[in-house]
Design a protein around this ligand. Structure first.
Ligand SMILES: Cc1ncc(COP(=O)(O)O)c(C=O)c1O
Length: 361
């Protein structure tokens, strides 16, 4: 039995259940808090396919305003938000410039080829961040042999880049380049809130350098589901059409939109705690036998480290940590990812580090 979480926290945060595991696999594993559930239960709802759900409409207006865009549209997942954006910016046969370790290229089930009929041109970044010069090299000449380069996709923060933040200046340079070359920019901002909290740059300041932005409510913000795409009115109208086509038109979705509004009102500032916890994890891991990690590279809530010098594989360490009631993720043969979030306290981090010390010897 696991007794290390205070009784009070169990009651308020885990619905009275014993917390068996410290779950560092992802920031998507959070449970809605009692206050969030209350907001959901009391939400006014209507049929959102008819545009009649007042809570969905309020969420869309709120996000459009936070991102400084004309409109926003609520969709079930971050994957759908990215794929609808790509679909709405392109025609079959076009090419999309994207970083090689990005989410939309690697972890969305090949959706872009299947649903939009476009191909990716991969650019290597440094922890996911691309140089404008590399993007410029990727743009195809206007020649009928080549696909038409139509879109550049950025990811901020960058998941596989260990939660790295795009410097705002770099985004500006990329956006100017794209405008000069007649390209559109889509920003996968699943964790844009983390970037904003880490740097003090406002979400709308990042968003001004993208034609469309997808943001998630179900990651660090702790809502049970939901993402939004934002952009110009004309663009959102196009996304609305494809949302229906992709099967993402929801009905009384205000129930979940209310969780998103609650999360935006109450869970953004506290992301700072997740960032501090991630840094603490990185500092602790740095001193352990066989690990390789640079804590300076941990800018937000994602920690990725190498364990090749331990003589074990990442999967073996995942299994050993599971025995110790800490859940972590192998993202390569010798790479492990940890993500901090709403349901992980500083106390949990210290316990997890103790258990890592035990497992890594
Ligand atoms: C950067 C990024 N984009 C998009 C997504 C997709 O979100 P969803 O799981 O809601 O489809 C994720 C999920 O973790 C992500 O990390």
């Amino acid at each position: 039995m696991y007794f290390e979480i205070s009784e009070e926290r169990q009651k308020t945060h885990y619905g009275g259940n014993m917390k068996e595991f410290i779950d560092l696999r992802s920031d998507t594993v959070t449970q809605p808090t009692p206050a969030m559930r209350k907001a959901m239960a009391g939400a006014k709802v209507g049929d959102d396919v008819f545009g009649e759900d007042p809570t969905v409409n309020a969420l869309q207006e709120k996000v459009a305003s936070l991102l400084g865009k004309e409109g926003a549209i609520f969709v079930p997942t971050g994957t759908m938000a990215n794929q609808l954006s790509i679909k709405s910016h392109t025609q079959p046969g076009d090419e999309v410039v994207i970083e090689a370790s990005s989410h939309a290229y690697n972890f969305e089930g090949g959706a872009t080829g299947a649903l939009s009929g476009v191909q990716f041109y991969l650019v290597n970044g440094v922890r996911g961040i691309m140089e404008p010069s590399s993007i410029e090299e990727a743009i195809r000449p206007l020649d009928h042999h080549f696909p038409v380069t139509k879109l550049v996709c950025l990811e901020n923060t960058h998941n596989r880049g260990s939660g790295s933040v795009y410097p705002i200046e770099k985004m500006r340079n990329i956006y100017e380049l794209a405008q000069n070359r007649g390209l559109r920019v889509h920003l996968d901002g699943a964790r844009l809130w983390n970037a904003a909290v880490a740097t003090g740059v406002k979400p709308h300041e990042y968003a001004q350098y993208a034609d469309s932005v997808s943001v998630c409510l179900s990651k660090g913000l702790g809502a049970p589901m939901g993402s939004l795409v934002s952009g110009s009115k004309t663009f959102i109208d196009r996304v609305h059409r494809f949302r229906k086509m992709f099967g993402g038109g929801m009905r009384q979705a205000g129930i979940v939109a209310a969780a998103g509004i609650y999360a935006l009102d109450h869970h953004v500032k506290r992301l700072q705690e997740d960032h501090q916890n991630a840094k603490r994890l990185a500092m602790g891991l740095k001193d352990m036998k066989g690990t390789s990690i640079n804590p300076d590279h941990v800018e937000t809530n994602i920690v990725i480290f190498d364990i090749s010098q331990t003589g074990k594989t990442a999967s073996q360490i995942v299994e050993a940590m599971k025995e110790e009631r800490v859940l972590i993720l192998a993202t390569g043969k010798t790479l492990i990812r940890l993500v901090t979030h709403l349901d992980v306290t500083r106390e949990d981090i210290e316990i997890a580090l103790k258990r890592f010390r035990k497992v890594l010897g």
